[in-house]
Design a protein around this ligand. Sequence first.
Ligand code: GDP
Ligand code: IMO
Ligand code: MG
Length: 424
Amino acid sequence: MAVDLLLGLQWGDEGKGKIVDVLTNNYNIIARFQGGPNAGHTLVFNGKKHVLHTIPSGIFHGDAMNLVGNGVVIDPVIFKGELDKLAEQDVDYKKSLLISRKAHIILPTHRLLDAASEAAKGKAKIGSTLKGIGPTYMDKTGRNGIRVGDLELSDWKQRYRNLANKHESMIAFYDVDIEYDLEELETEFFKAIDVLKSLTFIDSEEYVYQAQKSGKTILAEGAQGSLLDIDFGTYPFVTSSNTTAAGACTGLGVAPNKIGDVFGIFKAYTTRVGSGPFPTELFDEDGETMGRVGHEFGATTGRKRRCGWLDLVALKYACQVNGVTQLNMMKADVLSGFKTLKVCTAYKYKGETIAHLPYNIEAENVEPVYTEIKGWEEDLTTMTDASQFPQGLNDYIDFLEKELEIPITIVSVGPDRKQTIFRK
Ligand code: GDP
Ligand code: IMO
Ligand code: MG
């Protein structure tokens, strides 16, 4: 069986967790392929909200296996916190959670390095979640990292010590004040490592291969969004992994010709948390309304998300690099009550009007060109079928489908599992 992918098309927080949870009914295995605890994936069901950071969003379905792939970076302390919350909900994760031996481990000093790097950047800071993501992927590509499989080696603590010592001298190299008590951080870290070691470590690329061969269905869950991709995002204001479809091949060991459907998720408007360019960002009442109605605060850091209109130039680009086959539009309910909706269909760029994403989308280079569409008043949150959609929403969907040339097969009208409407 081919492996289907689900990934964010904007700057993250599109609602990936919610849709993976909904789609888990159709899959045997849910596999995270990149990112780490910088992600915050929210699931809402039975009146309760759950936020996952590293653990795949299929974990609440007893019959699905959940794999943390080799492309993921794991902070044992945060991971333990997630497991503790699952235990409180009586989720029997020991039988449904697998971890790739090739996944890299975030050390306490990686987090400190992240903080030191950001502090040293001053105003130019990336707005990182400070979870140690950048430094851990740097150690991975620099061939210095510690992997989950290393925990099974007798000398792994010595390897840890060597790397942590090196990190300490790097922290000192940054000319910033970072206060920390490494001994305290290490006590917590080693406790969490023991918990991690009680889980099942596997050679995940072999597992994924055999699962495909035996006809099992697999959904690969992305983290972050395409515009945060290390290659294709708004560099340097990006994360340190490939968040796009290719990342699922390297992050799980899936061959490119074994990728099936690619579900591309986007919000009916746009948000971004952290620094970096955002051409359709709003600084007016409309942006305020989106943030207030959409509760736009980060699931990992609690930071206020920046809000703006839908950017079709950026969205088309994301569909292209990912080979999206189906679109899922999230948070349509948040747009109820806007008299007029704006959609950016081109950029004014160096005196020209262009419809593709150029190298540089900083505000001084790019001015969005908008198409206006009449909005709708109706509350969507209680709707259960697309036949109930108001004319304004149908017009909005039709317009986007024509522009993007990809069907919108899911429209989400609220955070709950049940507030999910399938079309066609
Ligand atoms: P992820 O990182 O892509 O999984 O998304 P997040 O969980 O960070 O952010 C999405 C937020 O929107 C969460 O608070 C969800 O509960 C919420 N959400 C998801 N879908 C909808 C929707 O259709 N309508 C509304 N109002 N909220 C939604
Ligand atoms: P999910 O999976 C939104 C952003 C950070 C920062 C930049 C780099 O929940 O959609 P990092 O911690 O990776 O060094 O931060 O990327 N960022 C996210 N924004 N959703 C996320 O994940 C994000 N993960 C990282 O805010 O701008
Ligand atoms: Mg999120």
